[in-house]
Design a protein around this ligand. Structure first.
Ligand SMILES: Cc1cc2nc3c(=O)[nH]c(=O)nc-3n(C[C@H](O)[C@H](O)[C@H](O)COP(=O)(O)O)c2cc1C
Length: 138
């Protein structure tokens, strides 16, 4: 069974609070451990951009659940790749939920300073997530 990495973008549902997003991340961090899933989630008040990686069956089952979740909508797969080495091994689900506080990174990818993952290439979205994972690592 191959190891895969899936990156998707979605739009945060109206009325979802920051507290609810934090709870969602806690839930994901807890559940991913049991399924051997690792990854990273970037968010602001408008968009989610998430990378999930692991055994292909586990990633596909999880993505089906995620895509039906009413806490977001307009879920779009950005990139799907078989990988040799997992990139986010430090986290069951790392997260930066206030990406707009890091304008230096946002403007590297979106010169107008307005982050919109639907408009970026797959590679740029991956590099965006990697940049935030470096910030999280400190
Ligand atoms: C943006 C977003 C990211 C999510 N990420 C994960 C995740 O990484 N792992 C996970 O188990 N659930 C994640 N969820 C929650 C799933 O959609 C789902 O609620 C959870 O897997 C429990 O599903 P179940 O009760 O059918 O087992 C995420 C939900 C959203 C909206």
């Amino acid at each position: 069974m191959p190891t895969v990495q899936l990156i998707y973008a979605s739009s945060v549902s109206k009325d979802l609070t920051v507290m609810e997003i934090k709870e969602l991340v806690n839930e994901a961090q807890r559940d991913n451990v049991g399924f051997g899933i690792t990854g990273f989630l970037c968010a602001n008040s408008q968009y989610f951009l998430q990378c999930i990686e692991g055994e292909s069956r586990a990633v596909n089952v999880l993505f089906q659940k995620i895509s039906k979740d009413v806490r977001h909508h307009s879920v779009a797969i950005i990139k799907y790749s078989e990988i040799e080495v997992i990139q986010f091994s430090d986290w069951s689900m790392g997260a930066v939920l206030d990406i707009d506080k890091h304008m230096d990174v946002v403007t590297q990818f979106s010169p107008d300073g307005v982050f919109n993952p639907y408009l970026l290439s797959g590679d740029d979205n991956l590099n965006f997530i990697l940049a935030f994972s470096q910030i999280r690592r400190g």
